[in-house]
Every structure is written in structure tokens, then in C-alpha cells.
Design a protein. Sequence first.
Length: 195
Amino acid sequence: MIGKLQGIVDYIGDGFVILMTGGVGYKVHTPEYLTHKSTVELWIETVVREDSIRLFGFSTLAAQNLFNMLTTVSGVGPKVALAIMGTINTDTLMAAIATGDAKTIATAPGVGKKMAEKIIVELKNKIGGASVTLFAPDAGTSASSALPDLLMALEALGYRRLDIIEMAQKLVNQNPSADVSALVPMALKEISKGK
């Protein structure tokens, strides 16, 4: 069983790369953004089916573990799990599951509201404790409750959730005692800096 591969990205296809390692080119399906001719290390998950053996590669062990958790949800196969992880980064996805944020998960292609809710129901207890620290190591639940309200307020102003979620998480983490009325102006200031 292959656990990890290190090599040079020889070819980039649609959702996969050919990773040259020791003179052998491995086809590795990955949600990672890799560049041609770069040297990379990927944690490998091998999925064996009746008609195929496929390798899935991730830059971190946490991403590989999240992929494995996603594929335990009925209706979420490797293809859908990759689509989710290719759209939403690992920390954001774990936070969305932990806080019940189905709207963020549903932004992934092939994932509707019902599927997003099913992912949350089946994985929330597995991920919940691990991702509370993403919001505020010292403030815990108060910070995590401010994030959905901040996202809703910014979406009402016309911003796309995927464009603002990481910045919003960072603001909530840095300002654990701030409420939404204080966080919205800070978020708008951050957004205007990025333009």
C-alpha cells in the first residue's frame, strides 16, 4: 500500500496529476493546486473498486483524514469528496461542518443543501471538537457563534461566501469578544484592502 509519494509534477490534468517518482509516473487525483515541474510530497489514499485502483493525494495528513471522513457519508464518493475539497479548503470545511454551516458546504459542485446537511449530521461529532480551535483558542463557543452572523451580514451586502469565509474566520478569531456590529466594519475594511 502506498502511503506517501514525493516526486515531480510531470503533467497536470483535470483533477489529477502525473507524479514522477523514481522513474515511474503515478496518476494521482488531488484537490491541491500544484504547478508543473514542482517537487511535491503527497499523502496517498488508495481506493480499490472492482474495476479500478485510484490514488488520491493530499498535501497534509489532516486533508487526507477529512477526505476519508467525507467518503464515509452515504452518497459521498471519492469524486464528490474531491470536488468539495477542491472548492473549500480543509480548515474552512472542518469549521463549516463543526458549526453546521450547510450553505458553505453546498457551494461545492455536485453538493446540494440536503447533501450538505447530511454531511454535517454524519460528521459533526467526529470533527466538532477538533475544529473549535479554528475560531478562537481562548473563546471557544462565543467566537464560533459570531461567525455565522458575520457571514450572513456580509452575504446580505452582496459578497460571496467562498470569497469571504477565510477572512471572516480570521477576524472572529482575532476579535473573540466582538459582536457582529463591530465585526462587519472590520470585515468591510479587510475586503477593501484586498481590492
